[in-house]
Ligand binder design. Sequence first.
Ligand code: GSH
Length: 216
Amino acid sequence: MKLYGYWRSSAAYRVRIALNLKQLNAEQVSIHLVKNGGEQHSEMFSQLNPHHLVPALIDEDEQGEFTLTQSMAIVEYLEEQYPQHPILPTNLKERAIVRAMSQSIACEIHPLDNLRVLQFLVKEMGVDEEAKMKWYHHWIHLGFKALEVQLADTAGQFCFGDSPTMADICLIPQVYNAYRFNVDMTHYPNIVRIWLQCNQLPAFANAAPEAQDDAS
Ligand SMILES: N[C@@H](CCC(=O)N[C@@H](CS)C(=O)NCC(=O)O)C(=O)O
């Protein structure tokens, strides 16, 4: 397998955690999201993903190599194709709950604070740095506030019970971003506790941005 990603991409970070939890190896290819106007827009990468977003995963089956995009689709693919060390509960209702928590992060928080959205705010809408950060913090707080309430019901050591799931795979990169941009985390004790717990596991620690070869 080959994973096209970027050290600070939270969507690629999700896939790195999933690969590690499942003890799968993938060659890492760095697509620098800032250098040269963003390598995600290059001819080479556009052929892998016309949406110009990392990650992209190459795997192969009996028909040959194929490319997958969208981190959540990739994580679900890994779960089905490589069922060892499951990242979803076996119970149907519980799987739906974990997927919903995951999507609350991946669909409701992350896209609003993505690089191209922030770049559009600054370059096209004339937003200054302070307003950009207000926007950034707003969407994280809105999502984390609600998640914190849900976690009071669902969490054990991790977001759902006592083993890591797709919800933790989504949460940890989002918390990394929150700390990176100085979001005040004092009102999210469950989230912070899970962040600390996950980072003790090599699967999470080895997937962290600063642990990647392209970290600069
Ligand atoms: N929903 C997509 C989001 C992918 C995404 O937003 N990737 C970001 C990095 S985290 C990216 O490539 N951004 C490039 C840009 O904004 O130009 C997924 O989960 O894969």
